[in-house]
Design a protein around this ligand. Structure first.
Ligand SMILES: Cc1cc2nc3c(=O)[nH]c(=O)nc-3n(C[C@H](O)[C@H](O)[C@H](O)COP(=O)(O)OP(=O)(O)OC[C@H]3O[C@@H](n4cnc5c(N)ncnc54)[C@H](O)[C@@H]3O)c2cc1C
Length: 411
C-alpha cells in the first residue's frame, strides 16, 4: 500500500522531513505558499552549528538583564506593547534557563546537534551542494579580554563534556587569520567543527530539488486550508486539493496558524532577527562579534550582517535599530562601503520556552505530526529533525531518543 504524506512548510525543517519520508518510500507533497527556503531558512547566518551543544538561554545575570532591559547592546530588543502577551512563555523560558532545569535541557539539545554536520553531509552530497558549503568552522571574536576569558572557560567545558573542537586565538593569531580586520581585538575562539553556507536559501532549494528527483512533489498552497478527511488530511494547493494519510506541520514561526484552529495552545513565541548584505571585503570565516551580538558572514550576495533577538509579534512593524547598531559595530572592524539591498530583511526564529524543538505525534489527531520550534538552530537541525520524525512516522528505531522533544511536555 502506498503511504502518503503532506509536509506543510518548505523551510529547512519541512524540506528535510519531506526528503527523509521520500527516502522511505512515502508519496510526499511538500506545500508552501512560497518557493522552498524563502523565509527564516533563507535569512539566517548560514552556520551549521555543530558546536551549539547548549541552547540559547534567557540572560540571567544582572548585568546581562540590565543590558537587555535598557537595550544597551545590539543583541536584544523588545516591543513594550507585545510584552503582556509574551509574558507567560518568557517567564517559562527564564525559569528553564536557571540552574535547576537548564543542564538537563542542554543534554537533550546536545543529542540533536551531535548529528548536525553528519546529517547535513548526506544531504549535501546527494543534492550536489558542496559548492555552497565551507567546512572550516567560524570564529567568535572578542573585543574585551574579560569576555574572551569567560568564553574560553565555557569552550573548555564544552570540549570536555561534548567533544566539540576549538582553537583559541590571541590577538596576533586572529589578525593573521582575518587580515581584513581593521583593528586589533582581544582574540577569538575558532570553533572548528561547524560549517558555513554561502546561500542558506539556496541550500534549501537544492534539497527541494533533490526531493523532486527522489519522487516527491513541491507545490504552492495554503497550509491554513488543512482539514481532516475520512482517510487522512487534505489541503488546497495550486495543483488542486491534495490528500494524504499523514500530515507534518513544519511551519516554523507560523506553526500556530494551523495549530490554533485544531485546538492546540502551545506556548510558542518568536525572536525576530534582521539581516542586510554589504559590499566590501568580508572575513574569511563567519565572525560572531560576541561583545556586540551580531554575526558577520561572507555570502554570495555580499557580507551579511545578522542581528540578535527582537521580542515582539511576528507581524509587528519592522524596527531595525539592532541592524543599525550592528552596521556601526561591523564598520569598526571591516570596510563595508554600501548596503546591497534598499531595506533590511526581517525574519523570526520559532521558539519554545524550554529551548527544544517540538518533534513528534500530535497528541489528539491520528496521522498528524509536529516538527517546528527550532529557535536559533533550525538551519543546523533540519536534517536530524527530519530524519527523527520520519523514523517515528515509519516505526523505525529513532536516531535519538525522541521523548525529550515530544509536544506533551508543553501542554
Ligand atoms: C537572523 C537569524 C540568524 C540565524 N542564524 C542561524 C544560523 O546561523 N544557524 C542556524 O542553525 N539557525 C539560524 N537561525 C535560525 C534558523 O534560521 C531557523 O531556526 C530555521 O530557519 C527555521 O526553519 P523552519 O523550516 O522551521 O522555518 P522557515 O524556514 O520559516 O519555514 C517555514 C515555512 O512555512 C511557510 N509557511 C508559513 N505559513 C504558511 C501557510 N499558511 N501556507 C503554506 N506555507 C506557509 C513559509 O513560507 C516558510 O517557507 C537564524 C535565524 C535568524 C532570524
Amino acid at each position: 500500500m502506498t503511504r502518503s504524506a503532506l509536509v506543510l512548510g518548505a523551510g529547512m525543517v519541512g524540506t528535510c522531513t519531506a526528503l527523509h519520508l521520500a527516502f522511505r518510500g512515502y508519496e510526499v507533497t511538500l506545500v508552501d505558499r512560497r518557493e522552498p527556503g524563502r523565509e527564516t531558512s533563507y535569512g539566517n547566518a548560514g552556520i551549521i552549528q555543530r558546536e551549539a551543544v547548549e541552547p540559547y538561554a534567557f540572560p540571567r545575570g544582572i548585568p546581562a538583564l540590565l543590558s537587555a532591559a535598557f537595550k544597551r547592546g545590539a543583541d536584544v530588543n523588545y516591543h513594550l506593547g507585545a510584552l503582556p502577551r509574551l509574558a507567560a512563555p518568557l517567564l517559562r523560558y527564564w525559569a528553564n534557563s536557571g540552574p535547576a532545569r537548564y543542564p538537563a535541557i542542554a543534554r537533550d539539545y546536545a543529542r540533536l546537534t551531535e548529528h548536525a554536520t553528519s546529517e547535513h553531509a548526506r544531504l549535501i552530497d546527494a543534492a550536489s551542494a558542496q559548492d555552497l558549503v565551507q567546512r572550516a568552522g567560524y570564529r567568535a571574536i572578542f573585543r574585551q579580554t574579560a569576555s574572551l576569558d569567560a568564553a574560553l572557560t565555557v569552550a573548555q567545558r564544552w570540549a570536555q563534556d561534548y567533544g566539540v573542537g576549538f582553537v583559541p586565538q590571541d590577538s596576533g593569531a586572529l589578525a593573521a587569520a582575518e587580515p581584513a580586520l581593521r583593528q586589533r581585538l582581544a582574540g577569538a575562539i575558532h570553533w572548528t567543527d561547524p560549517w558555513s553556507v554561502s546561500d542558506p536559501g539556496e541550500l534549501v532549494e537544492r534539497y527541494a530539488a533533490l526531493l523532486a528527483r527522489s519522487g516527491g512533489r513541491v507545490v504552492r498552497g495554503d497550509a491554513a486550508t488543512l482539514r481532516a478527511t475520512a482517510t487522512g488530511w487534505a489541503v488546497q494547493t495550486d495543483a488542486g486539493t491534495v490528500d494524504a494519510g499523514q500530515t507534518v506541520i513544519a511551519l516554523g514561526p507560523w506553526a500556530d496558524t494551523v495549530l490554533a484552529p485544531l485546538g492546540y495552545r502551545l506556548p510558542l513565541f518568536v525572536k525576530r532577527g534582521y539581516h542586510r548584505h554589504y559590499t566590501g571585503t568580508g572575513p574569511n570565516l563567519p565572525l560572531l562579534d560576541a561583545d556586540r551580538g551580531l554575526v558577520i558572514a561572507p555570502m554570495k550576495r555580499g557580507v551579511r550582517l545578522t542581528t540578535g533577538a527582537e521580542l515582539t509579534d511576528i507581524d509587528a512593524p519592522a524596527t531595525p535599530w539592532q541592524l543599525e547598531r550592528a552596521e556601526t559595530s561591523a564598520r569598526e572592524l571591516l570596510d563595508l562601503p554600501q548596503p546591497v539591498e534598499p531595506a533590511p530583511w526581517r525574519g523570526a526564529r520559532p521558539c519554545t520556552p524550554d529551548m527544544k524543538p517540538v518533534i513528534g505525534a500530535a497528541p489528539r489527531h491520528p496521522g498528524l505530526w509536529f516538527n517546528f520550534g527550532h529557535s536559533h538552530q533550525g538551519f543546523t537541525l533540519g536534517p536530524v529533525s527530519g530524519r527523527l520524525l520520519a523514523e517515528l512516522m515509519d516505526g523505525e528505531r529513532p536516531v535519538v531518543d525522541p521523548q525529550p522533544y515530544g509536544p506533551q511536555r508543553l501542554m
